[in-house]
Design a protein around this ligand. Structure first.
Ligand code: FES
Length: 164
């Protein structure tokens, strides 16, 4: 059994112990994955190896479940999450262009995090602000009526605030 030392890992293992029904079914596994993501922000490989051992579930099965549900982050997320709305209203008003601008400016693809760990890029469905499409959400703040120039300005504001 892997030697577990850190506090977060103890919480994960305690959570698994609290699940009484065995053998574990996928709904319990999903609850455990949520717990891991809540504690770490994503699903670290070494933690998932320990979870697999503890729950006696093949690691490949765990990754299969984790990748099926888009909710789970498989790599560390940045300080700021950029969610580009790809809903119909935003798409019609040029969301694709906003997304391309961000990919180029940040040199990452959707689902990735910048090297400096400042931004993670995601796509979103309608963010409920169709009136000001196209829309970008940074963490929980909405920016609307965007074009490529405004999008880069927003990114630069966050870079400046982070001293980059
Ligand atoms: S479609 Fe983008 S906010 Fe509604």
């Amino acid at each position: 059994m892997t030697q577990v030392t850190n506090e977060k890992m103890d919480q994960v293992l305690g959570f698994i112990d609290s699940i009484s029904q065995k053998p574990y079914v996928d709904s319990y596994l999903i609850a455990v994955l949520h717990k891991v993501q809540q504690l770490y922000g994503y699903l670290p490989q070494d933690v998932m190896d320990i979870v697999a051992e503890k729950m006696q579930i093949p690691t490949a099965h765990i990754w299969g479940v984790a990748t099926f549900y888009h909710y789970f982050n498989l790599s560390p997320i940045g300080k700021h999450t950029l969610s580009v709305c790809m809903g119909t209203a935003c798409y019609v008003k040029g969301a694709e262009k906003i997304l391309e601008t961000l990919k180029k400016e940040l040199k990452i693809e959707v689902g990735q995090t910048t090297e400096d760990k400042l931004f993670t890029l995601q796509e979103a469905r309608c963010l409920g602000a169709c009136g000001i499409a196209p829309v970008l959400m940074v963490d929980d703040k909405i920016y609307g009526e965007l074009d490529a120039k405004k999008t880069v300005e927003i990114i630069n504001q966050y870079r400046k605030a982070a001293g980059k």
